[in-house]
Design a protein around this ligand. Structure first.
Ligand SMILES: Nc1nc2c(ncn2[C@@H]2O[C@H](COP(=O)(O)OP(=O)(O)OP(=O)(O)O)[C@@H](O)[C@H]2O)c(=O)[nH]1
Ligand SMILES: [Mg+2]
Length: 452
């Protein structure tokens, strides 16, 4: 699927390594995004609306404390792309009744027979008994093609060689496969080319549908039709109401993005996408994970969840920052901050989820693990301090037995305790500098000071 929205991953990388000011990086990214979308045959009007929305949000939204605008922007891009590709909803792929009859329709060569085998494989690997019916009585070799595929998958097969009425075959097939205990029954129908003979096709589709009353009519659409997919889906839908759509051949074309967005815009449900010729190359279409993948992030959802969690605590963080500036740092504040970082999960995961960092971090960096263990030790050390020590950590440095007591109480070493104290001191120094800068700035604002 590498070709769908190709260029987006690179655009994100470029965005993160950009040294331009935020607004300019955003503009550059949006240009790259537009290029990638248009190359994927996404409707131009849709592309413009999308980029306007992204830009507006990028300039107006204020990220929660602790998250940079640069990282927040990626969340915006992610959310808007997900919206364009069908939103938050995940497809329901597990059949609700037994047997569940699926009828596949679509133009010639769109991938119906292959999809029949793929769906059979999908449900079979989910421990269901699956049967397929060869109801394509037009194309020579259609019967043999499906029979062979069903054997490969290990699915039940029903066909009547020589019979010319697909409605009759389908009806018999559903009955026979149901008798054999099939949980899912998939009917492969014939496709016809172009517009001339389409009346035939539609008539036949209707007859099969009337004969078997399928639980779901699934339309198979070739991704390479791009944004025309919407029009084709609409035409079919008018003849036989379509329950859901499979977009096949996502691997073979750059236009898949256009097909996905166009279909999503009509409100039709895209349930699966086909990503190769192999029978196992099918997956439920989940806009959220799809977008994460095309942007090149493993777990952007996890990151966003945590960003949301931080959003709630934003007030608290602001209060903390003020408190630090006014009262100075103390161990309680350090404790709170470490807890906050640790709450986000293992440090290695947190770091990997930060978009800008994930690209530069080596796999399983030792550094992360060390940091994580250290934070946990520090939390234990702070837990072993008395109220007095929490307020005045200097006492610990002065009195050796306090140092030893804390190390033993927290199961750490005196070196660990010293390290935390050093961290505390450096934070304190940093804060002092910050305070000086702030008062200097205030003076400058009032015109009382000079910079050099
Ligand atoms: N690369 C790739 N090829 C696919 C995919 N799905 C189907 N194909 C290929 O597309 C061609 C047509 O697939 P079929 O499944 O025979 O299509 P059909 O809709 O049954 O065709 P008719 O029965 O003639 O209407 C075959 O060569 C398949 O291997 C896919 O997801 N990726
Ligand atoms: Mg076929």
């Amino acid at each position: 699927m590498s070709s769908v929205f190709s260029g987006l991953k690179e655009a994100i990388k470029k965005y993160f390594s950009s040294t331009s000011p935020y607004e300019q990086s955003v503009d550059e990214f949006i240009k790259d995004l537009q290029r990638a979308l248009i190359r994927s045959d996404v409707n131009v009007k849709l592309v413009l609306e999308l980029s306007n929305r992204i830009k507006k949000r990028a300039l107006e939204e204020k990220p929660p404390q602790g998250i940079s605008r640069r990282d927040w922007f990626v969340k915006i891009v992610y959310e808007e792309l997900v919206a364009v590709l069908g939103g938050e909803e995940e497809p329901e792929v597990i059949p609700k009744k037994k047997p569940y009859v699926i009828m596949l329709i679509g133009v010639q060569g769109s991938g119906k027979t292959t999809t029949a085998a793929k769906l059979a494989w999908y449900y079979k690997t989910r421990r269901m008994k699956v049967g397929v019916i060869a109801a394509d009585t037009y194309r020579a070799g259609a019967y043999a093609q499906l029979k062979q595929l069903s054997e490969k998958v290990g699915a039940l097969f029903y066909g009547e060689e020589g019979e010319t009425d697909p409605a009759k075959i389908s009806k018999n097939g559903v009955r026979e496969l149901a008798k054999l205990g099939a949980d899912v029954i998939i009917i492969d129908t014939a496709g016809r080319h172009g517009y001339g003979s389409e009346a035939d096709l539609i008539d036949e589709m209707k007859k099969i549908a009337e004969a078997v009353k399928p639980d779901e009519v699934v339309m198979v659409l070739d991704a390479s039709v791009g944004q025309k997919a919407a029009e084709i889906a609409k035409r079919f839908h008018e003849a036989t109401p379509i329950g859901s759509i499979v977009i096949s051949k996502m691997d073979g074309t750059a236009k898949g993005g256009g097909a996905l967005s166009a279909v999503a815009m009509t409100g039709a449900k895209i349930k699966f996408i086909g990503t190769g010729e192999g029978i196992d190359e099918i997956e439920p279409f989940r806009p959220k994970s799809f977008v994460s993948r095309i942007l090149g992030f493993g777990d952007i959802e996890g990151l966003i969840e945590r960003m949301k969690a931080l959003e709630i605590e934003e007030g608290d963080l602001e209060k903390q920052a003020e408190e630090m500036l006014v009262k100075g740092v103390n161990m309680r504040l350090i404790y709170k901050q470490i807890r906050q970082i640790r709450k986000m999960g293992p440090l290695s995961k947190v770091l990997k989820m930060v978009p800008g960092l994930s690209m530069t971090l080596p796999e399983d960096s030792e550094l992360e693990k060390v940091g994580e263990e250290k934070f946990d030790r520090w939390l234990a050390i702070i837990n072993s301090m008395t109220y007095e020590e929490l307020e005045k950590p200097e006492l610990i440095e002065r009195e050796k037995n306090r140092l030893r007591r804390i190390a033993i109480g927290s199961g750490t070493s005196t070196d660990d305790v010293r390290e935390l104290l050093a961290y505390y001191q450096s934070t304190k120094r940093m804060l002092k500098q910050l305070k000086r800068k702030r008062s200097l700035l205030k003076k400058l604002e009032k015109g009382e000071g000079e910079l050099f």
